[in-house]
Ligand binder design. Structure first.
Ligand code: IDC
Length: 460
């Protein structure tokens, strides 16, 4: 067996000499635990049809959860096989999976397809024969066809693939939907009837739950707001929509001000909702007046809290300058590309208000989308104040761009607030009727028409 002494953050079972090698890295660590990533490399020029990685952990350390792989344990040996979509590795390519370790010990041995992860020719142990040739029965097992027609029934558990959001079939999709206003101000807007109307009358895929932290929000009643968020996650699930849990930081703009609250909140909602397929976590709304390094540090402390409970969920990280990819503070997406958050299965936030943010912002989104997975978790058809008239030309240009790039979006707001960005006319929420066009403002009519059009959710 190959004994491997692993240093603090990056240790490689390196030196490729055979077709497949595997590299182990620690992505995050905390008191008595860490998050690891293993990359399986196909060093040959022909496709590898399947892979198997076996890690032996030292006494005192166990593997809790894995993602992007199927895990089985036998004593201290943990065996990882493909998750279903990632069995085949094209020549010269790689795939990776992650896991959470409980305990601080690093693997003492690593085999890939029965051979040393370093690519040397250590003979396979009897219990782990190397496949002599790729076995067709072990190749991609496609999830069964969808049994329902809702967005969640069709797409299942989402994951980030390349720069896209992908469904359970590994196909890029776009989710289109609406954001709540502040839950503290508009509770009567978020009821069984309103969430059902969003799903069935608007045909929305996505429901963003905006839980302000300040401004009479979470900080004033953590358990009450946590319960309200969970109840809205359930309403979205009951209607087959994805729920985006938005930790709506705004003022102060440095998310680190709320770091302890974020850890508490996300620890609770991720534990409670771990088994659900419809939950996406947005860990900070609009950082402002804070460096990218500060945001990245926050993300790298909050993400492991979520991963420890709900390891396969997509997490979305806010960006500098009110989630403008830095543009509104004189920067741009390059600061993220050159210094990304050290975590997998994450996306980055972009926000715009169509009457305020135009061609230069659109150009930056198009540029950034080539290298970063982006999610428009909030945008308005009006000015950045949240008020004013719908800018139809700019809103159309934006949504056409997002459709073309398959960037998911949520519009601010599904509420009857007295401001131009609200989709519902004053008094709608108390009336209890949310369907049809008579309840809509100009912005609501524009957005409902865009969101109602047929989705494109490929299943093969
Ligand atoms: C606005 C609301 C407004 C509220 C204000 C302060 O529309 O009613 O008084 O927040 O809480 C954002 C923020 C979002 C803002 C929105 C419009 O994420 O909270 O909502 N906006 O100003 N970023 C850019 C614009």
């Amino acid at each position: 067996m190959l004994a491997v002494a692993v240093a603090s953050t990056a240790a490689f079972f390196a030196l490729p000499a055979s077709a497949e090698t595997a590299a182990f890295t620690v992505q995050n660590s905390w008191n008595n635990g860490y998050q690891a990533q293993v990359t399986v490399n196909n060093e040959s020029s022909s496709a590898l049809n399947t892979w198997k990685v076996e890690l032996v952990m030292p006494a005192g350390t166990t593997v809790g959860q894995a993602w992007n792989a199927t895990m089985s344990a036998s004593g201290s040996t943990y065996t990882f096989t493909p998750a279903g979509w990632n069995a085949t590795i094209p020549g010269g390519s790689a795939t990776s999976f992650g896991f959470i370790a409980n305990g601080s010990g690093r693997p003492t041995s690593c085999l890939v397809n029965g051979k040393a992860c370093s690519g040397t020719t250590t003979p396979p142990s009897p219990s782990s024969p190397a496949p002599s040739s790729p076995s067709p029965s072990a190749s991609v097992s496609t999830p069964p066809p969808p049994t329902g027609t809702t967005p969640v029934a069709i797409n299942g558990q989402l994951r980030v693939c390349g720069t896209n959001l992908c469904n359970q079939y590994g196909k890029p999709i776009q989710l289109r939907g609406m954001s709540t206003h502040g839950l503290q101000w508009f509770p009567s807007c978020y009821t069984d009837a309103s969430v059902r109307a969003l799903a069935t009358d608007w045909n929305a895929d996505l429901f963003r739950i905006s839980m302000y932290v300040q401004e009479q929000g979470y900080e004033t009643n953590p358990s009450g707001f946590t319960a309200q968020v969970n109840s809205l996650v359930d309403k979205a699930e009951a209607n087959g929509m994805y729920a985006l849990i938005d930790f709506h930081t705004l003022t102060p703009g440095d998310p680190n001000y709320n770091l302890d609250r974020a850890k508490t909140f996300f620890g609770q909602v991720s534990a409670r909702n771990a088994a659900k397929k419809n939950v996406i976590y947005e860990i900070t709304n609009e950082p402002n007046g804070v460096s990218w390094a500060g945001i990245k540090s926050y993300a790298e402390q909050v993400i492991p809290v979520i991963r420890a409970n709900d390891p396969d969920a997509v997490v979305i990280v806010g960006t500098r300058g009110w989630s403008s990819l830095g543009v509104s503070e004189g920067s741009n997406s390059s600061e993220i590309v050159s210094n990304p958050v050290n975590a997998s299965n994450i996306m980055y936030t972009f926000h715009f208000y169509a009457a305020s943010h135009k061609d230069n912002y659109r150009a930056e989104v198009e540029r950034a989308a080539a290298s970063l997975p982006l999610f428009v978790t909030e945008f308005g058809t009006v000015t950045y104040t949240g008020d004013g008239a719908v800018d139809t030309a700019s809103s159309t240009a934006w949504l056409d761009l997002l459709d073309r790039l398959k960037i998911s979006y949520a519009n601010w707001t599904f509420s009857d607030a007295g401001e131009g960005s609200a989709a519902l006319r004053g008094g709608t929420c108390n009336s209890g009727t949310f369907t049809g066009t008579s309840v809509l403002t100009d912005s609501g009519a524009f957005m409902r028409a865009r969101i109602r059009t047929a989705d494109n959710f490929p299943t093969s």
